[in-house]
Design a binder for this molecule. Structure first.
Ligand SMILES: [Fe+2]
Ligand SMILES: [Fe+2]
Length: 306
């Protein structure tokens, strides 16, 4: 169980907000992202592009990833943490928990700043056109759900969304800092983000459990199935961005479509989705959401469990 008191008392020691903030440039001598984390990097057609094509492909992936992070922190997590900070009793949280949510808002603001810096550095250094990145799929899904329910339920819906994204442990944050082909300044920023998310993860696991324990039958029926929709929305690959990146790296549109078809559909795609969702699915299982019929049916419908 997360110890909020210690989280507050040690925030100045544990949060990377307190590290010296260095928005350092990146170098053309390194990759901007780890090919090991990008399924399309391993396809024969992508490998045939050679070193320069690979470098451009990873630059595009990094651009999309950092853009995604800025949207997530600004429009997904910070509003949810503010909801928890201002309505703690609705989620069974203590005044200390509410205060810790403001620590989280501080962390996320810094993650957004660093991701925006990396986005700009990639455009300036790696010859990637500063195209406007489409809003990520998860935000459309969040807004669709918010628009379909009464105003009084929207704050809690935002928290359910944050419960998902804050409990998923993404391979990117964990593994990218260890790939020495990637620019050292990118690796440092990702490593610091991973440190902060470790604490957020523990806190939001506690929020997930307390929310579920407090909800009555009607609330469980409304919020429970949202977990499946948000997990799917959050982890679903952004095909438009992937195709754009492959074409920027040198593939023809037809070859890009073939690579995507072979890397992002079928059984391996479903296995990848479940693998990436495993941390959140494990919390849902532990707190009893998988025993709730409508919530379980939604997870099955999204292909997240059998
Ligand atoms: Fe973050
Ligand atoms: Fe976070």
């Amino acid at each position: 169980m997360f110890n909020t008191k210690s989280g507050i008392e040690n925030w100045h020691l544990q949060s990377t907000v307190h590290h010296q903030i260095k928005l350092l440039p990146i170098s053309r001598d390194y990759l901007a992202f780890s090919p090991d984390l990008v399924p399309t990097s391993k396809h024969d057609l992508t490998l045939k592009l050679g070193r320069e094509g690979q470098r451009r492909h990873q630059a595009y992936v990094a651009l999309a990833y950092n853009e995604f992070t800025v949207w997530l922190e600004d429009d997904g997590i910070a509003p949810a943490a503010l909801e928890l900070a201002t309505q703690p009793e609705a989620f069974g949280l203590s005044p200390d928990d509410a205060l810790f949510c403001r620590c989280i808002i501080g962390d996320e603001a810094m993650h957004s700043l660093k991701a925006a810096h990396l986005r700009n550095a990639i455009v300036a250094t790696l010859d990637v056109p500063p195209e406007v990145t489409p809003r990520p799929h998860f935000l459309w899904e969040l807004e669709r759900i918010l628009a379909s329910i009464d105003a009084e339920y929207r704050g809690c819906t935002r928290v359910v969304f944050a419960n998902v994204s804050e409990t998923l442990i993404t391979d990117t944050l964990v593994k990218l800092p260890h790939d020495h082909r990637v620019d050292p300044n990118v690796r440092t920023i990702m490593h610091e983000h991973a440190i902060d998310e470790g604490r957020h993860n523990a806190f939001f696991r506690m929020v997930m459990k307390q929310s579920w324990d407090r909800w009555n039958a009607d609330e469980r029926q409304m919020y429970g199935p949202m977990y499946a929709r948000f997990i799917r929305a959050f982890l679903q690959p952004d095909i438009t961005m992937i195709e754009r990146g492959l074409c920027a790296a040198g593939l023809t549109p037809d070859d890009a479509k073939k690579v995507i078809r072979e890397c992002h559909t079928g059984e391996s795609a479903t296995a990848g989705l479940r693998h990436n969702a495993r941390a959140t699915l494990s919390v849902l299982n532990r707190i009893g959401v998988l025993d709730h019929a409508a919530s379980r049916a939604a997870l099955v419908a999204e292909g997240l469990i059998d």
